[in-house]
Design a protein. Structure first.
Lengths: 362, 291, 357
């Protein structure tokens, strides 16, 4: 069990970093609680894999410290930290049986055969691997292989945290559900600290209790999936979370309304409008596509929009709207009527967020 | 109607067929033809059936040469494969050092085979050869491959190992470089020792290239001719007369074409048989559903 | 010119890669091959391209039989999962390479390269080498090279699978617009139902080397002809309930009896499997015809805007996809509501017996 603290971490792959751009990680300062399910989410090149490798000990950070339960482990290699890792592609000992794969970390730690057997059977049972124990690991399907990789971490009773580096990359969509579900069950059961790195928001959000959204070497926001969705602290989080991402419209505040140049006014919550009036940066309103309401007839308080396209995605539809030359996306459920021509779009007040220079006004 | 507009492509393969026919099939048929006849001279021959095969199989010198050959090939494999793997493991992984090591390693492979024999003759001469002089004069151990069968064997083995271990090393190195970094990371996290990592990660991942190295080295060493011919000429006595040296003695020096042909075929079948057995065995290692 | 495959088989050793493939693709159509890993998608693309020869069967472009004609002589472009570009050529020369081979004039080449590059938003990168680009940009170059030739057939083998989620989303929208504008037959493979739906056009559902169903994508999505198609074409996984129809009602497990209404009335007595996608299951009733499934919660997943509740009724594992954030305790008993009017009914052989209109 471990609480993992990342203290003022910065890392550069350059020998003599000079400018901020030389740093893969700029400044990471955060604490992962014991037994939490965390995700590091971001586009490629955002530094999430570097951060994972720093936590596991494969990379030593240029600056800062890694603490496990207040113990400084920064200089320690992975084998001296109580962690296990599941990689993007299944990493197995091909010549060994599934049983021996699972027993391997314990044998290396000189555990007695009887104890090993007990642990392996226990873990195999919770991962549904019992029928395969005597098979060669090499011949199994990708999802079973990933479970073995996970199992090699779970057998060790000293493991405090399991790190996942995009573990579902090679798994088919339907099997992803199965495997993710298994991961969550294991997490519920064992309460280990899980840290999951991915670029896929669905995986990150459904898996983790707390998601750290990373962008250009920094954690932009650490929060619950609901928080990230409803209150993105930066427009990048708004864009990156949700599919399609948040709609943004440049605006100025006039009284209690946001004025969209050439398109009209949208009424804001009074306290938001007040903060907006005091702000002197560039202002934008943001709203999630699922909260936009489309009306067949325009009335006051709405924006006038032209329907540019409707995509049928099965369980819902995405409507692309043109509002005075700006594009908005709205989501409709399967049962709602498909709009066409010119429509009115209303912005429910409680879901409008105001951003100043890209940052959320709270 | 079946039509394959691309059939012209077969024409491109034709030269290969012709070359293979001239270089392999026709000579093989000629050898088979010789092996069942007693040839006195051009146009004078008698069909003798399998007599030559019977005679060759009863020839004690052939049997001796065969055992010698097995011993030689066995030693070659036992020494060169592990040594090659060791060298590969010790080689630098990247940068100019890796390039330098690769070039150095490849040098012996670039030297013509008969030159190798000559190099080692000079190298091991007791009077002026660097190695020979050092052993004889500085260490005071009498060493002469022209006089002692054991010294001759040691010299031939040294030459062979020096010449061909780099090939094994290069193959093993390429196999090692192809292992993704994640495997090493996983092994570290699992607490594997360097030996376990070698045994369960590196060795299995090198299986393919090592199979190739094993087969190449077996066949090559089993057919070795030029280097010992130049170095020892098969002596002293018959102590380094390997199969090919003996075959040449029968077929070309004594001009016994019939027995020579029968010998060749037996030789050919042995090589084929062992290559097949080794290949099958090595394929099976690490495969199969259950343990 | 349309592309027709007739009775195409591909067997390697004892393994069947493709079996009984019959397909006709209209000129200018968008076709998405949807199937799981090893379903035979890539093999089929390779045969369409002329990279592989079918074991049996014919391939026609328009009226012309092209079975066995090499890929060089066909008017085909292909984009792969991996980002494949010429590493020593600049982006401009990469895109220009097929045109140079075709012997076009310099100004024509430069015009078309610039046009295509602009379409894929890489016009500012033309002087760079592929190694200096990000993964997304590299794939844009590869796609541009495929598009620039204006081929009759454009094959894309999971082209976005190695890109970030968000990049995929953007490129998918752009590709869709490009496909609509172009005249080529586009064939695009994917394992993801959502991607198939986003690209629109027609879908070809494959499994174990066979084509299971073809048709306009939303139509196939709403009328999966077999259990297997329903499985392959659902993300999250579709829910199945097995039941027995007798004397005007369906008995599912011990605690559920559903009256036969609407399209289900057409079912004869016997055993059926009823399928309902997770977004049609709810925690609250919406309709007076809704039936109640008493279930126990096994797990919940919250993705910020939706909650997935994994629950079990008897031996049936169910997933409910609810809007908004719902906190449901694991192990608690809940009622799941579903309207049977939306059920797909499959017979004992897994073939669609009744579907909502």
């Amino acid at each position: 069990m471990a609480r993992i603290e990342l203290s003022k971490i910065a890392h550069s792959y350059h020998p003599n970093p000079a400018e901020p751009a030389d740093y893969a990680l700029k400044r990471i300062h955060t604490v992962w609680k014991d037994g939490g399910a965390y995700a590091l989410l971001g586009p490629s090149g955002c530094g999430k894999t570097t951060l994972l490798n720093i936590i596991s000990g494969l990379v030593t950070p240029s600056r800062g410290q890694v603490l496990y339960d207040d113990r400084d482990v920064t200089p320690l290699p992975p084998e001296k930290r109580n962690i296990a890792q599941v990689f993007q592609f299944p990493v197995l000992y091909d010549t060994m049986s599934v049983y021996n794969n699972l027993a391997f970390p314990l044998r290396n730690r000189k555990m007695s055969d009887a104890r090993i057997k007990e642990r392996v059977l226990e873990v195999a049972d919770s991962l549904d691997l019992t029928p395969f124990l005597n098979k060669k690991a090499a011949g199994l399907a990708a999802d079973a292989k990933q479970k073995i990789s996970l199992g090699r971490g779970l057998v060790r009773s000293d493991v405090a945290a399991i790190l996942f580096d995009e573990p579902l990359t090679v798994i088919d969509p339907q099997m992803k559900w199965e495997l993710r579900r298994k991961l969550k069950e294991i997490h519920e059961q064992l309460k280990l600290t899980f840290i999951y790195v991915t670029h896929d928001q669905t995986e990150a959000l459904t898996f983790a209790d707390q998601v750290a959204v990373m962008f250009e070497g920094e954690i932009v926001q650490l929060g619950s999936p609901q928080d990230l969705f409803e209150n993105p602290e930066h427009r990048f989080v708004g864009y990156f979370i949700g599919s399609p991402g948040m709609n943004f419209l440049k605006c100025t505040i006039e009284g209690a309304s946001a004025h969209i140049d050439g398109a009209g006014c949208i009424e804001l919550a009074p306290e938001i409008a007040e903060k907006g009036r005091k702000a002197d940066g560039k202002l934008e309103i943001g709203i999630r596509p699922m909260y936009l309401k489309i009306h067949t007839r325009w009335t006051k308080g709405m924006l006038k929009a032209g329907v540019k396209g409707v995509e049928d995605l099965g369980s819902y539809r995405i409507v692309t709207l043109d509002v005075a030359g700006r594009t908005l996306k709205a989501m409709l459920s399967e049962s709602e009527a498909v709009p066409e021509g010119t429509v009115g779009v209303s912005f429910p007040r409680q879901w409008i967020r105001l951003f100043e220079d890209g940052w959320l006004i709270k | 109607m079946e039509k394959w507009p691309d059939n012209k492509a077969w024409l491109l393969v034709l030269p290969v067929f012709v070359i293979v026919a001239f270089s392999a099939i026709i000579p093989l048929l000629t050898v088979i033809n010789y092996s069942v006849q007693d040839i006195f001279g051009p146009g004078q021959s008698v069909f003798v059936g399998v007599d030559w095969f019977r005679e060759m199989l009863q020839d004690y010198r052939l049997r001796e040469a065969l055992w010698r050959q097995f011993l030689f090939s066995g030693l070659v494999l036992i020494i060169e494969i592990p040594l090659g793997v060791l060298i590969a493991l010790a080689m630098p992984k990247r940068g100019w050092k890796a390039s330098a090591a690769l070039v150095t390693l490849a040098l012996p492979l670039l030297i013509p085979w008969n030159t190798i024999g000559t190099i080692w003759i000079i190298f091991t001469r007791p009077d002026i050869g660097l190695l020979g002089a050092v052993i004889n004069n500085l260490l005071g151990i009498p060493f002469d491959h022209t006089a002692s069968p054991l010294d001759a064997w040691i010299t031939v083995m040294l030459m062979e190992v020096w010449h061909w271990t780099p090939l094994v090393a290069l193959l093993a190195y390429s196999g090692l470089r192809a292992i993704p970094e994640a495997y090493y990371q996983a092994a570290r996290i699992d607490g594997a020792s360097a030996w376990s990592t070698f045994l369960y990660v590196q060795l299995p991942k090198m299986r393919g290239v090592l199979t190739i190295a094993f087969l190449l080295r077996f066949m090559d060493s089993f057919l070795i001719y030029a280097e010992p011919f130049v170095l020892t000429g098969g002596g002293p006595g018959n102590s380094t007369t390997f199969l090919s040296l003996y075959l040449v003695k029968i077929a070309l020096l004594q001009f016994d074409l019939g027995p020579g042909a029968a010998f060749s075929l037996i030789y050919f079948i042995i090589v084929l048989l062992f290559s097949f057995i080794f290949y099958q065995a090595l394929q099976r290692v690490g495969k199969g559903e259950t343990v | 010119m349309g592309l027709t495959l007739k009775d195409v088989d591909k067997v390697v050793g004892r393994e069947i890669y493709l079996k009984d493939i019959n397909l006709h693709l209209e000129p200018g159509s968008r076709n998405v091959i949807l199937g799981r890993t090893l379903a035979g998608k890539t093999t089929l693309l390779r045969i369409m391209a002329g990279l592989d020869r079918p074991g049996r069967g014919r391939i026609r472009v328009g009226e012309k039989d092209v079975t066995g004609v090499s890929v060089r002589k066909r008017n085909v472009a292909m984009v792969y999962q991996q980002f494949i570009n010429y590493p020593s050529l600049s982006v401009f020369n990469n895109i220009a390479s097929p045109l140079k081979l075709a012997g076009l004039k310099k100004d024509e080449i430069s015009r078309r390269v610039n046009e295509t590059a602009a379409m894929l938003h890489i016009e500012d990168l033309l002087d760079r080498l592929p190694a200096e680009l990000s993964g997304g940009q590299q794939q844009r170059v590869a796609i541009a090279r495929a598009l620039v030739r204006e081929t009759d057939l454009l094959l894309m083998d999971e082209p976005l699978v190695n890109l970030d989620y968000k990049l995929r989303e953007e490129l998918r929208i752009e590709l869709q617009e490009i496909f609509v504008r172009g005249r080529a037959i586009v064939v695009y493979t994917t394992t993801e139902p959502t991607e198939a739906l986003m690209l629109g056009g027609n879908v070809i559902v494959m499994d174990e080397g066979r084509i299971l169903q073809t048709g306009p994508t939303p139509e196939v999505y709403r009328h999966p002809a077999s259990i297997r198609v329903a499985e392959v074409f659902s993300d999250p996984p579709i829910n199945f309930l097995k039941g027995t129809v007798a004397s005007g009602s369906v008995q599912i497990g011990e605690r559920m009896t559903i009256p036969l209404l609407g399209h289900l009335r057409a079912l004869g007595d016997g055993a059926y499997t009823f399928g309902a996608r997770s977004n049609h299951l709810f925690l609250t009733p919406n309709n007076e015809d809704d039936v109640k499934i008493p279930a126990r919660v096994e797990l919940t997943e919250i993705n910020g805007s939706e909650t997935f509740i994994h629950a079990r009724y008897d031996d049936f594992r169910l997933v409910v996809q609810e809007k908004g954030v719902r906190h449901v305790a694991i192990g608690s008993d809940i009622d799941i509501y579903v309207n049977p009017a939306g059920f797909f009914a499959y017979d004992a052989d897994g073939i669609l017996a009744a579907a909502p209109a």
